[in-house]
Design a protein around this ligand. Structure first.
Ligand code: 6PG
Length: 483
């Protein structure tokens, strides 16, 4: 019997659709699932008559694979991955490849790459993005880990990946050890941000403009034809148009308590560790946390008065201003995400290709958009671009969006409507383009109470001073360091 080109463990939503995608591209796939009955129901169900080898043990899975064996895991992030790796290692031979396609935390992938390669095997940690439909029809794939593994998995990965207009696959080698899972994590952080700014715009349409759901759906569908063209804008238009069995907008019956599986949080924590101001994504994570405090908010709503929403402006102009606020905030969010990638690449010694990353995100993944094509152009034009906001195209877009964006944030604040992502992005924009910030006051306060010293504007960087502000303290200064 023909041996399988690749083996996959974990026939949950993503796993099942990914193997169907692989088989549809001509590959023979061996499948295994811890709940073994799932293997039979899959092979006799959706896999009927297709090139699948159903296996009922890891030993059987491994023995059904062509060498060098490629074993892909799609199991819940965390301890389950480590346990499975330990079961696989004794069954494999030098040069075989273990691939983790789950949403693993990149420090775990860095550790696992070292551990698995120390046993003579190769390890790949790959981001897989696009949800159920993406897995079946074409995900974005972000592989990293043992570079020697790439030639053995490149054809299958690039054949199943989404393609952009010129046929280029949304999959390329990202970098060493945890680089692939890191880039997927940043993708998810940006996804949180995109979802949050869309939700804030929807909230303003509803509570300030009192648009109907059909009007809101049409607005998002219209925006999807312009700079905001993207998967998340597209599905928001569909969600707003969706009616339940009573012909009511289903979205209004969904409880406003958001879940989160952790990737957005990891992104925000990574930014804090790296000292990168990832403000929009951070606010998006906190917005989910606040939304989950539903009972607390209901109690609070009973003891606080809310300003009466009183909008007297031009509705169409405000809709245009909302579009500008979304575009401006989106640019900030992606610029912050790229800022984090640059800093983390330095810290982890990764050689990331920022234009390629934009290309991998151009199609198949949840944040796919035409906007990403512009990011790729910016890095193709200047591969050493220090910050996306220093690119002419994005500078012009931000300048054009600023007036409407400010009006949206001002209107939200005046009417007591929370827009944490739209407003934090605007503040980041204003802070980023301001040469003289109020941080001199922070330095003065730190030196006043803790003798933490400060540099002078008329002095050299690195020359620190202390002032005896009260005349009472001593002249001893604290050591100077930054986290
Ligand atoms: C993707 C998605 C996916 C993730 C969902 C849910 O790229 O296909 O990002 O990986 O599981 O985003 O994550 P949250 O529960 O954290 O929203």
């Amino acid at each position: 019997m023909k041996k399988a080109d690749i083996g996959l463990i974990g026939l949950a939503v993503m796993g099942e659709n990914l193997v169907l995608n692989m088989e549809s591209k001509g590959y023979t796939v061996a499948v295994y699932n811890r709940t073994v009955s799932k293997v039979d129901s899959f092979v006799k169900g959706r896999g009927e008559g297709k090139n699948f080898i159903g296996t009922h043990s890891l030993e059987e899975l491994v023995s059904s694979l062509e060498r060098p064996r490629k074993v892909m895991m799609l199991v819940k992030a965390g301890q389950a991955v480590d346990a499975l790796i330990d079961q696989l290692i004794p069954l494999l031979e030098p040069g075989d490849i273990i691939i983790d396609g789950g949403n693993s935390h990149y420090p775990d992938t860095i550790r696992r790459t070292k551990y698995v390669t120390s046993h003579g095997l190769l390890y790949v940690g790959s981001g897989v993005s696009g949800g159920e439909e993406g897995a079946l029809l074409g995900p974005s794939l972000m592989p990293g880990g043992s570079k020697e593994a790439w030639p053995y998995i490149k054809d299958i990965f690039q054949s199943i990946a989404a393609k952009v207009d010129d046929g280029t696959p949304c999959c390329d080698w990202v970098g060493d050890d945890g680089a692939g899972h890191f880039v997927k994590m940043v993708h998810n952080g940006i996804e949180y941000g995109d979802m949050q700014i869309i939700s804030e715009a929807y909230d303003m349409m509803k509570r300030v403009l009192h648009l109907s759901h059909d009007e809101m759906s049409e607005t998002f569908a219209h925006w999807n034809k312009g700079d905001l063209d993207s998967y998340l804008i597209e599905i928001t238009a569909e969600i707003l148009a969706f009616r339940d069995e009573n012909n009511d907008p289903l979205v209004e019956k969904i409880l406003d308590a958001a879940g989160q599986k952790g990737t957005g949080k990891w992104t925000a924590v990574s930014a804090l560790d790296a000292g990168i101001p990832l403000t929009l994504i951070g606010e998006s994570v906190f917005a989910r946390c606040l939304s989950a405090q539903k009972d607390l908010r209901v109690s609070a709503s009973k003891i606080y008065d809310a300003p009466k929403v009183d909008f007297k402006g031009d509705k169409q102009q405000f809709v245009d201003d909302l579009e500008a606020a979304l575009l401006g905030s989106k640019i900030i969010s992606y610029a912050q995400g790229y800022d984090l990638m640059r800093e983390s690449a330095k810290e982890n010694n990764w050689d990331l290709n920022y234009g390629d990353i934009a290309l991998m995100w151009r199609g198949g993944c949840i944040i796919r958009s035409t906007f990403l094509g512009k990011i790729k152009e910016a890095y193709d034009k200047n591969p050493t671009l220090e910050h996306l906001m220093l690119d002419d195209f994005f500078r012009d877009k931000l300048e054009a969006a600023a007036k409407g964006w400010r009006n949206v944030v001002a209107t939200a604040v005046a009417n007591g409507i929370a827009v944490p992502a739209l407003s934090s992005a605007l503040s980041y924009f204003d802070g980023f383009r301001t040469a003289d910030s109020p941080a001199n006051m922070l330095q003065a306060q730190r030196d006043y109470f803790g003798a933490h010293t400060y540099e002078r504007k008329d002095g050299k960087r690195g020359e620190f001073h202390h002032t005896n502000w009260t005349g009472r303290g001593g002249d001893t200064a604290s050591t100077t360091y930054n986290v």
